[in-house]
Structure formats: structure tokens, C-alpha cells
Design a protein around this ligand. Structure first.
Ligand code: SF4
Length: 431
């Protein structure tokens, strides 16, 4: 339903907050500045795993290790159909192969450090430790009509968004394909075992909106998309339309992804329609401007037929002015109709921080302007706020399950847990 509101044509005179008005989240010194980085601090490679490989490559690996090639198909079925990597549970696999499974084919990649439950047991957030001690998060969320997992693609992140503590940690390293995929297998297992409130269910949706910028770990992420989508036993056989890859705006990688022939949903974490604000809010905007990013998003729609999601966290007095809503609508409409869906994300109120929630009236006004300009718009609901209330990865809020008219899932909670634990501080609940 649209609401008639006057649409200001000129910037309002009200106070505006800038991203530079306080140090970046998690900064250790008051004069810290966001520093973009594409270079990982660690160079080590995760142990190889069959989830890194195509089915043909798995057969070759198993054969090279001295076992018949058909064992690769059996192992793939255990992993991708039964979600198990424990040889003790594989009754059709001889004991002579168990050691090779543990050491060569399916080494432990992702080990639980802590699991937090929220939203009455409908949300479970995991902190995982990887082989080298690096830590990442995933968040599993059950809705009326689907169950969504938000996964990490990097340990840390080099994109340096000032609202995100992970960004200030810098990029520790890229995850391997299997480290990404093992987060999914663990969630599949948790769903099947009934760990979410409501009993056993199937994992239906994946969103790459956890720690890291997926497009900055392109090859591993595209391989992971294949493992998600390819039919079993090659992969999990999930629907491509239920997989969402988010980006803060690595334009060449968006074009590359569009050419992969994988019709996954693209979510663009825009958060500002003008370069003046976005340059400070999303540092990668210094490389690729709003116009270039929206052009690439439009090309993605044309190439894949998948409507693009625009994520827009509404930040009080920073990006929530009516003139910015109008500018956003104009920028989207000038590139065509019906190709995009906007998801304004209400932040959790954070007293004393510049990263705080817009008022309800401002939010309604912003949404009304978009809708009055013909832009399909759905306010997202956040999940996990009772786990990590101060968390502010603006790219990560979750829409209410079962709501009609929305185009994608988005995750919930920022990697604050991993960030704070890596920094040796306590993670607080209900902050
Ligand atoms: S918001 Fe996302 S892209 Fe930006 S620094 Fe945090 S994890 Fe990286």
C-alpha cells in the first residue's frame, strides 16, 4: 500500500551525521581510519577436502589414493545427501578407508567454539574455529516458509566499512570452498537433527552475508555456489534462486558472476545513493562509484533474469533523508522498471552511537517515497537482536519469514561475536 507524502525536491535543512563523526566500530585508537585491503594477513591454505572438488576430481583423488573410484560417489553421498563426514557412520565404507577419510578426503575443517540461540530457538548463531585458529560465524534462521543460513566467505574482511568491527580487523584470509561448504553441511545436519525450535526441517536458503566480502574471494565462492546448486551427489542440489550473494560493490566481479550462468540472487549493499556519502560509508566506493555499481547490478539482472536486491540500512540522520529516498528512486528508475527490489533495514537503536536507528516516521516516509516512485520495497525485520544487540553489520538484517513481496533473504547478525572474541573481549548478550 502506498502513502501519499510530499516529496522534497531539495536537500532538507535538518542536521546530517557523517560516517566520519566517530571512529570506525572496533577501532583501537580515536584517530583510526578505515583502510581498504585486498591482501590477506595469512597465507596458509586449508587442508584439501572433497567439497573443494568436482565429482570427476573426487574420483581421481580417491583413485590416486589407491581406492576404487566408486568410493568417491559413496563419500559424496554421505557428505551431500546425509550431511555426514564421520566415517564411523558410513556403513558401506570399509574400515581400511577410515583413516584416509579423516586425513585426506574429509578432514575436520570447521569446529564449533560456541553456539548461541535467539528468537525463541528459531535462530542459532555459531562461532566456528578453522584449522589455523581463524574464527568465522554462521547464523541459521527458521521462518514460516523457509530456513535460511547466513555464511562467511572470509575470515575478517578487507573492505573496512566503518560501521563494522569485522572491517576494522582487516582480512585474515580467504576461506576455501570446503570451509564455506562445511558451514552449510553443519547447518543441514542441525536442521535434520531438529536443533531449531519447531523440530526437524530442511535448509532451503543460503545468503553470503556473514563475515567477508564474497566477491573478494571470487573463485572459492563460485566453486561453493556449484557445490550448493549442483545436483547430488555432486552438490547439495539447492535451488539457485534460493541462494543470495551480497557485495558492497566489486563491479568487475559482478560482471564475472553474471557470466557464470548461475542464476543466484545478487544483493547490493548500497546504503547511500550518492557518492558524497557512500565514499565515507563504504570505502570501496572510492574504487567503483554508485553509478558504476548500479549499472553493473542492472547488467546482472539482464544477464540472469534475477531481480537484484538493494540493501539499504536506514541510519538516523545519515542516509535516511527524503531527498536521498528520491535520489535512490531516480537512480533505480533511470535504469529501468521492475529490475530491482529495495530492502530498507532498520538498525537496532544504539544510544550514543552514530550507527543508530531512524525514527519510525522517517522510515515510513523513506519507504513511501520509494513506493510512490514505483520501486518495489520491503522493510526487513532483524533476527538475532537478542544475541548480539549492538551488532551492526549493516548488510545483515533478515526479512521477516513468509512476508510477501520481498525478493531475497538477507542475514541477520554481524560478525561481532567473532570479532570480539578474536580481540579477547567478552561478547555480551542483550547489549
Ligand atoms: S560490512 Fe561486510 S563488506 Fe563491510 S567490512 Fe563488514 S564484513 Fe566486510
Amino acid at each position: 500500500m502506498t502513502t501519499s507524502l510530499p516529496t522534497p525536491k531539495v536537500p532538507s535543512k535538518r542536521r546530517e551525521v557523517r560516517p566520519t563523526d566517530q571512529p570506525p566500530e572496533g577501532a583501537l585508537t580515536p584517530d583510526a581510519k578505515p583502510i581498504l585491503s585486498f591482501t590477506a594477513k595469512r597465507r596458509g591454505k586449508a587442508p584439501a577436502h572433497i567439497a573443494d572438488l568436482s565429482q570427476a576430481e573426487r574420483r581421481a583423488l580417491v583413485k590416486d589414493a589407491g581406492f576404487p573410484a566408486f568410493r568417491a560417489d559413496q563419500l559424496s553421498r554421505h557428505y551431500f545427501e546425509h550431511f555426514t563426514a564421520d566415517p564411523a557412520l558410513m556403513s558401506d565404507i570399509p574400515a581400511s578407508m577410515h583413516e584416509a577419510i579423516r586425513s585426506t578426503f574429509m578432514p575436520d575443517l570447521v569446529n564449533e567454539v560456541v553456539a548461541q540461540r535467539a528468537d525463541g530457538g528459531l535462530t542459532i548463531k555459531h562461532l566456528w574455529e578453522l584449522y589455523d585458529g581463524a574464527r568465522v560465524e554462521s547464523v541459521l534462521m527458521r521462518y514460516t516458509e523457509r530456513t535460511t543460513l547466513c555464511i562467511s566467505s572470509q575470515a575478517g574482511c578487507g573492505m573496512a566499512c566503518p560501521f563494522c568491527a569485522t572491517g576494522q580487523m582487516g582480512l585474515t584470509r580467504n576461506l576455501s570452498t570446503a570451509e564455506i561448504i562445511d558451514q552449510v553441511r553443519m547447518a543441514q545436519r542441525a536442521c535434520e537433527d531438529g536443533l531449531l525450535e519447531g523440530g526437524p526441517t530442511r535448509l532451503s536458503n543460503i545468503v553470503f552475508m556473514g563475515m567477508g566480502e564474497p566477491m573478494a574471494n571470487y573463485r572459492a565462492v563460485v566453486n561453493a555456489l556449484h557445490r550448493l546448486i549442483d545436483p547430488s551427489p555432486e552438490g547439495f542440489g539447492m535451488s539457485a534462486r534460493n541462494v543470495t550473494v551480497s557485495t558492497v560493490g566489486l563491479v568487475p566481479a559482478i560482471d564475472k558472476l553474471a557470466a557464470e550462468g548461475l542464476p543466484v540472487t545478487l544483493a547490493v549493499s548500497l546504503h547511500a545513493p550518492d557518492d558524497d556519502l557512500r565514499d565515507d560509508l563504504i570505502p570501496i566506493n572510492s574504487r567503483w562509484k554508485v553509478g558504476e555499481l548500479l549499472d553493473a547490478a542492472r547488467r546482472y539482472f539482464v544477464a540472469t533474469g534475477r531481480r537484484v536486491s538493494i540493501e539499504y540500512a536506514l541510519i538516523k540522520d545519515m542516509n535516511d533523508q527524503p531527498y536521498r529516498a528520491q535520489l535512490l528512486a531516480d537512480e533505480l528508475n533511470k535504469r529501468g522498471k521492475g529490475w530491482v527490489h529495495v530492502n530498507p533495514i532498520p538498525l537496532n537503536p544504539t544510544p550514543g552511537s552514530i550507527w543508530t536507528a531512524s525514527t519510525r516516521r522517517t522510515q515510513d516516509e523513506f519507504v513511501a517515497i520509494l513506493r510512490n516512485n514505483g520501486i518495489s520495497t520491503t522493510i526487513r525485520d532483524t533476527r538475532g537482536s537478542d544475541i548480539d544487540g549492538a551488532c551492526g553489520q549493516l548488510a545483515t538484517a533478515v526479512q521477516e519469514g513468509g512476508r510477501k513481496g520481498s525478493s531475497s533473504d538477507a542475514p541477520a547478525v554481524k560478525p561481532q561475536l567473532a570479532a570480539s572474541q578474536q580481540q579477547g573481549t567478552n561478547t555480551q548478550e542483550n547489549r
